[in-house]
Design a protein around this ligand. Sequence first.
Ligand SMILES: C[S@@+](CC[C@H](N)C(=O)[O-])C[C@H]1O[C@@H](n2cnc3c(N)ncnc32)[C@H](O)[C@@H]1O
Length: 209
Amino acid sequence: MSQKKVENKIPIYKLKTTEEVMRYYDEWGEKNKYDQDMVAWNYTGPKETVNAFIKHAHNKKIKILDAGCGTGLVGIELKKYDYLDVDGFDLSKKLLNLVPQGYYQNLDRVDLNKPLKTGDNYYDAILCVGTFTFGHVKPHALNEFIRITKNKGLICFTINEGIYKEYGFDKKIKELSDNKQWEIKKFFKSDYIASKDVNAWLGIAEVIK
Ligand SMILES: C[S@@+](CC[C@H](N)C(=O)[O-])C[C@H]1O[C@@H](n2cnc3c(N)ncnc32)[C@H](O)[C@@H]1O
């Protein structure tokens, strides 16, 4: 069966550098266009990921990082289930400024492709939704996610199907499993942006230290 081509379906997928990605999102945030597009496209990434996450995270008091939080769609979902201790990192200052009050404890402008300032074993869980995609955050970021997550903590992520193999996410996931740095608890193809015929792998891994 021929592989589905998804790289031309959404303009953001043509961007190559971190600088281009940041500029694009800064503009996409203007007049709330990003959130409007996500509603129009019926983007289900945040809802699907949080639905999967809550089945594995029974303690609501845990410290969570939303890595690539954008305008806060994941935080809004998490609050529906009473997870309140959530921080958000994102590259786009403009999108961070659009995050509504009351969903995140701390919001920081962070490039997730670079080493993080966060100390070891700081978070109980990381959610990373929509951020492993064309030109965005690369597989090596998962090593940093593991470093800052506690033993038995959860890393919950989506990976756009169009870059899963091309960017080496398949190999990185296997390497982390083979090295017993995490155990994959769930891994399946999610709807994500089904209206545009773009799906994503959705994974939940438990960190081993
Ligand atoms: C498709 S949006 C997803 C945002 C949010 N998680 C959601 O589901 O609505 C991708 C996000 O990744 C962020 N991003 C892209 N490259 C990044 C990087 N190198 N470091 C941090 N965030 C990045 C963008 O600014 C954008 O907010």
